[in-house]
Write a protein of this length. Structure first.
Lengths: 117, 114
């Protein structure tokens, strides 16, 4: 999976508890992304980062926050987990092509299955 | 707003037969188009992309896709399907004005029977 690890791989938690998911890459790619995968919706972008301490919201960012203090790590935090956040979470990385155009493919981690009871 | 549609939830074919997975997009301008495949309990794997140039793009595992601007389509094809091609396939689109963020279709489950 292209030098990308996610931890934990599985987690069960209770409503109202904070949860942090970690994505670690060894590829030194500039861009990192967090997606959630739900049946019938494909993958939806939660947040992304275009460099250390540079992050931005995706289409389903409510209830989530992120941090990127190092190139290799991108953390996703659910401040107070809800049952609607039960999902499979994927991290992805990409690197802009030379010349700055960012039409390069993304590489995905193995995913974290999160269940909120 | 950019979006991508995969009109078929499931595609079933016999091994050795041609496989087509459909994708249409709705963006203005020149989109960048991608196909990914997901095997059970795995992350997504990149198959191929169209950025510019030849409308027929060849990718991994014998797959190819044809960009058709007039029909706003980017269908994935394989001339002779294998049982091992059974997986979930996603089409995705990005656009420069949206910071190249990917928008994914809902996915198509492909089952190839022996």
């Amino acid at each position: 999976d292209a030098g990308i690890t996610q931890s934990p791989r599985h987690k069960v938690t209770e409503t109202g508890t904070p949860v942090t998911l970690r994505c670690h890459q060894t590829e030194n790619h500039r861009y990192m992304y967090w997606y959630r995968q739900d049946p019938g919706h494909g993958l939806r972008l939660i947040h992304y980062s275009y460099g250390v301490k540079d992050t931005d919201k995706g289409e389903v960012s409510d209830g989530y926050s992120v941090s990127r203090s190092k190139t290799e790590d991108f953390l996703l935090t659910l401040e107070s987990a809800t049952s609607s956040q039960t999902s499979v979470y994927f991290c992805a990385i990409s690197e802009p092509l030379s010349g700055g155009e960012h039409n390069n493919e993304q590489f995905f981690g193995p995913g974290t299955r999160l269940t909120v009871l | 707003a950019q979006s991508v549609a995969q009109p078929e939830d499931q595609v079933n074919v016999a091994e050795g037969n041609p496989l087509t997975v459909k994708c249409t997009y709705s963006v203005s301008g020149n989109p960048y188009l991608f196909w990914y495949v997901q095997y059970p309990n795995r992350g997504l794997q990149f198959l191929l992309k169209y950025i510019t140039g030849d409308n027929l793009v060849k990718g991994s595992y014998g797959f190819e896709a044809e960009f058709n601007k007039s029909q706003t389509s980017f269908h994935l094809k394989k001339p002779s399907a294998l049982v091992s091609d059974s997986a979930l396939y996603f089409c995705a689109v990005s656009y420069p004005s949206n910071d190249y963020k990917l928008s994914f279709g809902a996915g198509t489950t492909v089952t190839v029977r022996a």
